[in-house]
Design a protein around this ligand. Sequence first.
Ligand code: ZN
Length: 83
Amino acid sequence: MSWKLSRSNPVRYSQAACALAEAFQGGQDCGFALHDALLELGLLNEAEHFVPHDGGPACLPGGYCLIVAEILDQAQSHRRDFP
Ligand SMILES: [Zn+2]
């Protein structure tokens, strides 16, 4: 995925962001909480993805989301690194 490869600085997502991403993927309507968690990490673009912005709709919970996928992917590799 080019979006992933284009990142020059891998981000370390917080545990709160990982938990919320998991819930979001499971269909829970926690986009605003996820927005706040990402904002705390300084990830403005990623945060905006989960709330309505620029006249566009927010990402909907339960579907496939590239950002959620990346957060969860990193959470899993983190668990692999530190069992
Ligand atoms: Zn999305």
